[in-house]
Write a protein that binds this ligand. Sequence first.
Ligand code: TTP
Ligand code: MG
Ligand code: MG
Length: 344
Amino acid sequence: MQRIILHIDMDYFFAQIEERENPRFKGKPLVVGADPKSGQGRGVVSTANYEARKYGIHSAMPISIAYELCPEAIFLPVNMELYQQVSERIMKIIKKYSQTWEIVSLDEAYLDLSFLKKYKKTKELAKKLKDEIFAKEKLTSTAGIGQNKLIAKMASEKGKPNGLLIIKPNQVKEFLDPLDVEDLPGIGPKTAAKLRAIDINKIKDLKKISKSKLQEMFGKVGEEFYEKARGIDETPVTSEEIIKSIGRQITFERDTRNSEIIFKGFDEIIKDIYRQISENKFYFKTLTVICRFHGFETHTKSKTLLEPTNGLEILKKEAKNLLLRFLIENPKLIRLIGLRVKIS
Ligand code: TTP
Ligand code: MG
Ligand code: MG
């Protein structure tokens, strides 16, 4: 059966909320993230508004580089509590438009609109949805519509900002072919570099490689690249909330191997996560420790317990074991450590 899927994603979400709260920031470059400390700051950019993006600033970039690119930008800390509240209200609106929805992150979701049957009707619905979000929250969003989640997501990406882009099944090929391989969800800079090395730059080029060759190069995900390059994606809209997780991380003032500093920081993270677990009566089953070394090399290690628990002692023990494994395996100076637990 032909499906029709909508993907909606808020425009420069954290930064747009900050602009709304403080209209005098509008029109000026604005960066939400770690404290830049006049260029000495050590965290990263969460997001930036479009004015700041003109300077090359983007999510996950070291805040010190963002500062270098545009020292006169307005730098604001992450006010996650506010963004979460806004997100909850937006998702409530989105969920009214289809019985089948999937929330993917704080600022994006899929709706299965197959019941509308016609693309024309989905366009009207998407407009209404965007208008309702704007009327209630004064925030713009971009919607993409297509035959599956892949096309819908890529369409919203290309339709930004404040856009609505519909790619009908007979337009998929002309839409995908000229795009860069890195525009394909799942292909990041590393995969793209390998492809570029064999002169594969556009999705059109990617289609020339056989499935078996892609498998040989990239393993199981290689097969997916083959399908995606042709606009094929069967994954359903799952009607589930995102799996909630709680995470915290700290960036040290200086890269360090001082175990007193490392474990003192880690204890605070554990304490904070435990406080959230107990306040909300959460249970967790999977823990992930993240460790960023000197030079930005970042690794994670996870442990899944046999059953969900809410105990502080087990959290401490398992988290510290994971961190210790990092310390044993890698002698480099440590820049950042973090812990995340998946709520079950
Ligand atoms: P995105 O939807 O990826 O980005 P965005 O909404 O800021 O911008 P766009 O208009 O391109 O959609 O992410 C949503 C929010 O998630 C973003 O506002 C901040 C946060 N975020 C981070 O904190 N770190 C990251 O690396 C990314 C990608 C996002
Ligand atoms: Mg967004
Ligand atoms: Mg998003």
